[in-house]
Unconditional design. Structure first.
Length: 759
């Protein structure tokens, strides 16, 4: 009895220790996650505040700059600028026009002064001042104008300068100096004066931090916590980075910075104190206390029950051993035991041993069955993993968290995708049992590269994708050719293979887009194995390029409004054809301006020009080398590629149904395709398909189909063997006038003009 109690106490103590350790770990996790949630909430509130504040300030600056551009078109200002001597009649006319224009903008909280500096006069809405008196009235030191002119000559930076606090005689105002330059006349200066309160009100929703406006020096500040002063080291560290900074910890504060979208060298920074451990603990201890106590109580109860349950088989085994020993001792001490009683004891001993043995065998059997199910489920997990990656659903975090768990670390390298499209599967299915094509692919590929360097993935009823670890392209083509030869020899199928370039695992969706693009050339090519090489398509003068045009183009890229982008691009090219495209320097300036816009489009979508050139290696060179009569065509082509590249990640297919519909559109867009056709083919409702495509493609179904038609039409027209009405019929437009209207909407010129431009 004493031995039993000691054993029970030891087992119970062991279980209680386990419960305490488990409870401590669980409580720590709950506390950590709660503190993370609190930190994330604070981070979100601060980020939301800096977003709202910077956007509001940018709106005020944008409104002021738009007003400057509007004023620049006034005839009185043009006369004033072109006058070589001081003409007071012209100045009076400018003063009158300025008053009328400011009347509609007075509620926005800014005033405007205009001067050439050469006549020492500043025209404002309240009168005319000398330059020195006007600067004194504004509270701006004369050195501000000298520094602005010096920066313009040294860096050729933006034409807008924000006067820092160090050059202001009084606080409460933000002064911008904007310069417009003409090669034949003296520069024209605009003084834009705003109240600090109108740009960023002092009453804000986050009074625990400070807000700063600065360039290379502080412009204005809204301080609620005097202990949080922005040091020169902090400003220098933030300015050395690019893009938006979130949750950047410097010293005892956390800083959030946004770059102004209107004034290139202007920055907004919000600084807040780091949340102390005591504050976090006070906020989350109640959250962690109750679950911890509940886990502890339940753990003690389970430990007691587990102790009693775990002792039962041991008790039976000990009882069996005691009985067995007693039987042996009894038989040794007394040889006159009845035969039947001795037989019963031996039978019980054999029964207990058989029970223990059978239990062990059952445990081994269950472990074997569980291992078999685990191995079988890993294959399905691997398929689901690759589907998420190839359709663009998987994030970088998802890949990092799951790739090791499902034994796919070897695929975390450069990969290639081979798409096999098989025609005749439906007929084969109706005439004979469907073969296991996945197993057939594996057996053939294993003969070449072994069993660990590829993965077979069924995409839909007649398309199979095979993901290879990066190998030589000629070897990959040989493997694809062998697969086609062996399968077509055994089965009545017509198979075509499409091979992608190498991509990292996280960019495998780009490989899918590439092979789907190659899929459109299968009937025009003679080879059964296709890759990109088989389907390659056979500063003196100032240009017209308004600053708001670039902002509009970037916005059109972000909102998928390709038609509006084409209209704006056509307007810019038409205006420059009248002015600068006739001279080499003018054409060069316009090319560099448009190329700079393309770079900013890419940056706004978290992409780089280098990654774009990797996908479109000829696009930039063709654009920069284009002659004057080819410039319009190459500009539209480059912008279309930029548009597609920036928006390709939005083609994330959310399900196998969306994947099939996406492939079906690419295969049948050259017919008079409608949502009804797709709904009938997939036996789904039109509204469901429309919503699914909108969520997957982020573009209207008809617009997307028209984009594919126009792209195909350009390829046909470039061959110079088809007439316009023939091309319209080929791409699925039964009405030639409708085709001409769609083509002009997307390209900017009619098909006939496009043919003429081809030469």
């Amino acid at each position: 009895m004493v031995v039993r109690r000691k054993f029970l106490y030891k087992v119970l103590t062991l279980f209680i220790v386990i419960v305490i350790v488990y409870t401590a770990i669980t409580s720590s996790i709950i506390f950590y996650k709660s503190s993370q949630m609190l930190d994330a909430q604070n981070n979100h509130n601060h980020q939301l505040f800096i977003d709202q504040s910077s956007n509001y300030a940018d709106f005020k600056f944008q409104t002021a700059m738009e007003f400057v551009y509007k004023i620049s078109t006034l005839q009185s200002l043009i006369d004033y600028r072109y006058s070589e001597k001081t003409n007071y009649l012209t100045i009076a006319s400018l003063y009158k026009d300025l008053i009328e224009q400011l009347r509609g903008f007075s509620q926005l909280g800014f005033t405007l002064g205009i001067t050439k500096l050469s006549d020492n006069l500043v025209v404002t809405g309240t009168g005319t001042f000398s330059t020195a008196n006007y600067l004194k009235e504004l509270g701006v030191q004369p050195e501000a104008l000298d520094r602005f002119q010096q920066q313009q000559s040294e860096t050729l930076a933006s034409g807008t300068y924000v006067v820092p606090e160090s050059l202001m005689l009084s606080s409460g105002k933000i002064v911008l100096i904007h310069q417009t330059v003409n090669s034949q006349f003296a520069p024209l200066y605009f003084f834009i004066v705003m109240d600090s309160v109108s740009v960023l009100p002092k009453t804000v929703d986050s009074p625990d931090g400070n807000l700063y406006l600065f360039t290379d020096e502080a412009i204005a500040s809204y301080i609620h916590n005097n202990q949080l002063k922005m040091s020169e080291q902090t400003a220098s560290a933030l300015l050395s980075t690019t893009g938006n900074i979130y949750h950047e910890k410097i010293g005892s504060s956390v800083n959030y910075m946004h770059h102004s979208k209107v004034i290139p060298n202007l920055h907004y920074m919000y600084a807040s104190s780091l949340t102390s451990f005591g504050t976090i603990f006070a906020a989350v201890w109640k959250t962690a206390l109750f679950p911890s106590l509940l886990l502890l109580v339940m753990g003690f109860l389970l430990a007691y029950l587990a102790t009693r349950s775990s002792y039962k088989p041991i008790k039976q085994l000990l009882q069996f051993l005691n009985e067995h020993n007693e039987a042996r001792q009894g038989s040794a001490s007394s040889g006159d035991e009845p035969l039947g009683q001795a037989t019963t004891r031996r039978s019980n001993s054999v029964h207990e041993l058989a029970y223990i043995q059978s239990s062990i065998e059952q445990i081994y059997s269950l472990n074997h069955a569980l291992q078999h199910k685990l191995d079988h489920s890993v294959v399905h997990l691997q398929e689901d993993f690759f589907r998420r990656v190839i359709y663009g659903i998987a994030s970088e975090d998802y890949i990092q968290e799951n790739i090791a768990a499902i034994k796919l670390e070897r695929f975390y390298t450069e990969l290639q995708l081979a798409l096999f499209e098989m025609e005749g599967l439906t007929t084969l299915h109706n005439t004979m049992p469907m073969p296991n094509l996945t197993a057939s692919f594996r057996s053939i590929i294993e003969e070449h590269i072994g069993a660990e360097n590829f993965f077979v993935l069924a995409l839909d009823q007649n398309k199979y994708g095979i993901i290879f670890q990066s190998i030589d392209k000629s070897r990959l083509a040989a493997i694809a050719k062998d697969i086609i030869d062996q399968l077509e020899d055994k089965l009545p199928l017509d198979i075509t293979a499409f091979l992608s370039d190498s991509y990292p695992l996280a960019e495998l969706t780009s490989a899918l887009q590439e092979v789907l693009r190659l899929n459109g050339f299968q009937y025009a090519a003679t080879e059964k194995v296709l890759d990109s090489s088989h389907v390659q398509p056979v500063e003196d003068a100032a240009c017209y390029y308004p600053i708001d045009a670039e902002n509009h183009i970037i916005n059109y890229v972000n909102t998928n409004e390709l038609g509006k982008a084409y209209e704006l691009l056509r307007h810019i090219i038409d205006e420059n054809e009248k002015r600068a495209l006739s001279t080499p320097s003018g054409l060069s300036n316009l090319k560099h301006s448009l190329l700079t816009t393309c770079k900013r489009c890419l940056n706004a979508n978290n992409k780089t020009l280098q990654s774009f050139v990797k996908e479109y290696p000829q696009a930039v060179d063709a654009f920069m080398e284009a002659s004057g009569h080819k410039f319009s065509e190459t500009a539209f082509s480059l912008y279309e590629q930029i548009f597609n590249f920036c928006n390709k990640d939005k083609f994330s297919l959310e399900s196998s149904t969306a994947s099939q519909i996406f492939i079906y559109i690419h295969q049948h867009f050259d017919k008079d395709l409608s949502l009804t056709d797709i709904a009938n083919h997939f036996n789904l409702s039109e509204s469901y398909i429309s919503k699914l495509l909108k969520n997957s493609l982020d573009i209207n179904f008809k617009q997307y189909v028209n984009t594919l038609k126009v792209k195909r039409a350009k390829e046909l027209l470039s061959q110079k063997t088809y007439k316009v009405h023939e091309v319209a019929a080929i791409v699925g437009c039964n009405n030639t006038n409708t085709f001409i209207r769609i083509f002009k909407q997307y390209i900017g010129v009619s098909p006939g003009e496009y043919l003429k431009n081809l030469g």
